[in-house]
Each structure stands twice: as C-alpha cells, then as structure tokens.
Design a protein around this ligand. Structure first.
Ligand code: G1P
Length: 297
C-alpha cells in the first residue's frame, strides 16, 4: 500500500506582478477571495486531505503571509468578550497547530521546480503533495482528497489534470497520454508549456501534485527547461523515463485560475454566489448589470 501523504509544499515565492499595484505591499496569496485569503482555500483543502505539515516556499516581501498564520489572541479575546461567537469560530478555524508550518526561502527566482526542491530536506524520503494556491478548485470533495484517495490505489506520482482549449497549451504542463479514458490516465510523457502545434494532447496539469521523493532527486540536477527555469514538469517527466508511473487525475470540480485577473474575478463571483449571505444581492446586481450593460463609471 502507498505510504500516507502528510506533508504539502506550497510554492508562494512568486512576485505576483500581474496584480500590481496591489502586490507592491500585499503578497498575492493574501489577496481576498470573498473574505478569505487565497492561501486559506489551499490550506483547507490540504487539511481535508489529511495533510498535517505545511511547507511554504517564500521569498522577500512575504512577511504578511507568515503573520497571517499567527494566532491573534487579542482579537480572539475581544470577540469572546463581546460574545461574537460566529466570528470567533471563523477566526479559530484558521488557527494552525504550533510547529505545523515551516517557511523556507527561495533565494533566487529559478522556477517552480527549484522552489519545490528548496523544501527537499523537510520532505526527506516520503511522498508529498504540492499545491499551487493560484489554482483554486471548488468541488463537492476537495481535489487533493480525491487525488490522495486515487493515489492510495495507484502509487507512483499523480498530477491533477483537465482538458483545456488547444490554443491554451502554452500556459500549462501538458500530458502525453496513451488511452485517454477514465478518471485516472497513465502518462507516457509530459511537456512544459508546449506550443499548440507541438502539444501531445490538451490535457493540462493543474496545480495539485502527489509526488514521490524521486522527483526531488531528479531536481538535484538543476536542469533549466522552458522559459530558462527549473521546471517541476521536467522532473516528473524524468520519473516516467525511469519507469516510475505518473498518472493524470481528472478531478471533479471547477478550477479557477486566480493567477489571472479574469480568473480571480470569476472565482470571486462563483464563491460569493455559493454563499447564502451574499447570493441574493449579488445575483440581483449581476442581473441588473447584464440587463443594462452598465459598468462602473
Ligand atoms: C505551473 C506549472 C505548469 C502547470 C501550471 C498550473 O505553471 O509549471 O506545469 O500547468 O502551474 O497552474 P505557472 O502557471 O506557474 O506558469
């Protein structure tokens, strides 16, 4: 039986330039989706999947992210004194156990593979998850939990995957699959950001991975790939060449690309419409905007 996955790496070192000027002083991962920072969605998903150790690969300017995970005792006491039990419960649900979070600095922006490799000593010789908080996935069962359940049957490496329009392959890692049937597909290869006419399929890798430590050994070589960066995709592809199985998992759920403004806005609307306290007002507003075609002046 596959070994239990209890550690997850969250690469959060990116500068978030697509969200300037906000990201001048606010890390992108702290930006708010409805009323929770983006990173909270990834943490909740990881916890649901049984993750107990959370490893953040950070960079300069991310101290607000580290602060976010501190318990805020003054605020908790104030809410308690005022009898604001709902808010207190909301706040307490974000508290992390002492020692459950580790921060590692990526000293140079050398790519996603390098960021993951920076956490190698904290992973050791165990399978681990990687979660990219930019990819927010809404679903009945959280995506990572779906994957870990599938991985417990298959072993090997597993990456979340979904079909994307062919013209979009150059934004993703793309799987080369033999029989593209069923929810779990075995990959014959993987390519990072191929041009549409060179893409082996339109099955894109989405930011959830369950990986074996061999991927970290592959990253030891520090080979540069697409965009002159050290790519996680290349290190996983090397496992395929070494005979280690790699599976694509077609998750159930809706993925939002919160690394882009349009995706962030779509996620905001979708998550707000899922909330009872916001749904009616927002639906009415959206209806009016569409009916009148009137935007903010
Ligand atoms: C990263 C990965 C890519 C993957 C994507 C998913 O790319 O390198 O393989 O498909 O995340 O969001 P990025 O979006 O960081 O350029």
């Amino acid at each position: 039986m596959a070994r239990k996955v209890t550690k997850a790496i969250f690469p959060v070192a990116g500068m978030g330039t697509r969200f300037l000027p906000a990201t001048k002083s606010v890390p992108k991962e702290i930006m708010t989706l409805v009323d929770r920072p983006l990173v909270q969605y990834a943490i909740d998903e990881a916890r649901a999947a049984g993750i107990t150790e959370f490893i953040f690969v950070t960079s300069r300017g991310k101290s607000a992210l580290e602060d976010y995970f501190d318990h805020n005792q003054i605020l908790e006491q104030t809410l308690k004194d005022k009898g604001k039990d709902d808010l207190l419960a909301t706040l307490e649900a974000t508290n992390m156990e002492s020692g459950a979070i580790a921060y590692i600095r990526q000293h140079k922006a050398l790519g996603l593979g390098h960021a993951v490799w920076c956490a190698r000593r904290l992973i050791g010789d165990e399978p681990f998850a990687v979660m990219l908080p930019d990819d927010v996935i809404a679903g009945q069962k959280p995506c990572l939990q779906q994957m870990i359940e599938a991985y417990e049957e298959t072993g090997g490496n597993m990456v979340a995957t979904m079909e994307v329009p062919s013209e979009k392959t150059s934004s993703y890692g793309v799987l080369d699959v033999g029989d593209n049937i069923g929810q779990v597909v075995r990959a014959r290869g993987m390519v990072e950001k191929p041009k549409p006419d060179e893409a082996p399929s339109n099955l894109a890798v989405i930011g959830r991975y369950v990986l074996r430590p061999s991927v970290l050994y592959n990253l030891n070589q520090n080979k540069l790939g697409s965009g002159g960066e050290i790519q996680l995709t290349d290190a996983i592809a090397e496992d395929i060449r070494n005979g280690v199985p790699v599976f694509g998992y077609k998750f159930d759920g809706q993925r939002f690309d919160c690394g882009s403004k349009a995706g962030f806005l779509q996620a905001t609307v979708a998550f707000a419409l899922a909330r009872e306290d916001l749904r009616d007002d927002l639906r009415q507003y959206l209806h009016d905007v569409v009916a009148t075609g009137q935007a903010a002046q």
